[in-house]
Design a protein around this ligand. Structure first.
Ligand code: SF4
Length: 356
């Protein structure tokens, strides 16, 4: 039986060196190949003109260069662009590009669908279809770098400055692949992102937070959304397994580097988690934690039965946190008109490819 093609864009530089040696090549060829993939975002072996024709032919026989193909692009009035990509096996995933005067941020997906079942989230309705490989996570970054370079006429190979892992999927449920993707994204022979400019968000898979802390160096965000177990149990099934107290214990053990804070995402839903009492409880929970709270007014998803919190209620919630010395801001809801905002990703039905 033929051995399966090697997914070269998922390999570390060391693993790629070992692989090119099996093709009878010198290890330094691996660095050339790696740079083509992760620095220049090449989409085919044919583009790699400083590799010999013979090597390119061997690569085409033994390896695959996994990329994602653009399926749909939607532009918001606020400049946000939502990309829908097709994977090699026809699955659909999404990433959201958010430009601002200070930075160019991309929100990436880590799974096709999600197993976490958060009640307010559109992605949850898909269930988990599969994990994304490291190559498919970084391919979203490479593809958007190419798009931005082209549309904004930029010379730089890497116009993106910041990455957030907050798209479809729970990153720590696909930890090994996310970890490899982070290593590729931070590597000097790759896009060379600084760890300070990457944030990974989790609903709170408590045992994985410890591994995340010791095995990666990027920033942590917790998708909290409630300050009591009673409410969190109802909207986030993960809370039945790990209670808020367990989660906060794990966060307190997390080694927060100098000048950094743990971000807490809190989606405000009218009559669910947005009362004064909710805000006061949240402030108490965060005592002694170097935290920053992002308040997000819920983006209504048809059929899920949750409503957004009004502006004045959101502001009152923020003020209560501020009065307790908790840094909190109401996050601009980007891309709301194209369903690219938080909790709205994956308004795509991967089972039949139709939009819901
Ligand atoms: S909010 Fe995040 S973790 Fe929860 S179901 Fe949606 S994608 Fe999954």
């Amino acid at each position: 039986m033929e051995s399966p093609a090697v997914d070269v864009a998922s390999l570390s530089l060391e693993a790629l060196e070992a692989f090119v040696q099996t093709l009878g090549e010198k290890p330094f060829r691996a660095r050339q190949l790696y740079r083509w993939i992760h620095q220049r975002g090449a989409t085919s072996f044919d583009e790699m003109t400083d590799l010999s024709k013979a090597l390119r032919a061997r690569l085409a026989e033994t390896a695959v260069l996994r990329t994602v193909t653009k399926d749909l692009e939607q532009r918001s009035v606020d400049g946000t662009i939502k990309y829908r990509w097709k994977t090699h096996d026809g699955r659909l995933i999404e990433s959201v590009y958010m430009p601002s005067p200070e930075r160019r941020t991309l929100c990436v997906s880590t799974q096709v669908g999600c197993a976490m079942g958060c009640r307010f989230c559109a992605t949850a309705t898909l269930g988990l279809l599969r994990h994304l490989a490291p190559s498919e996570i970084v391919a979203q970054v490479h593809a958007v770098n190419r798009e931005v370079r082209k549309s904004e006429g930029l010379e730089t190979l890497r116009p993106l400055t910041n990455l957030v892992f907050m798209g479809m999927g729970e990153p720590l449920h696909n930890f090994e692949n996310v970890k490899t993707a982070l290593e590729l994204l931070e590597s000097e022979d790759g896009p060379n992102f600084s760890a300070r400019h990457i944030t990974v968000s989790t609903v709170g898979l408590v045992p994985m937070i410890e591994r995340f802390a010791t095995e990666t160096d990027v920033k942590l965000a917790i998708s909290l959304n409630a300050s009591s177990d009673e409410i969190r149990d109802q909207i986030m099934p993960v809370n039945k397994r790990w209670k808020i107290a367990d989660l906060m214990e794990a966060v307190k053990r997390f080694p927060v580097k100098q000048g950094r804070r743990v971000t807490f995402e809190y989606v405000l839903m009218s009559g669910v988690n947005d009362t004064d009492e909710d805000a006061r409880r949240l402030a108490t929970l965060l005592e002694g934690v170097p935290a920053k709270v992002n308040l997000i007014q819920y983006n209504e998803n048809p059929g899920l039965g949750f409503n957004t919190t009004a502006d004045n209620r959101a502001e009152r919630f923020r003020q209560i946190l501020e009065a307790s010395n908790v840094v909190a801001l109401i996050r601009a809801n980007r891309g709301r008109d194209i369903a690219a905002a938080c909790g709205q990703l994956a308004n795509v039905d991967n089972r039949d490819g139709h939009r819901r």
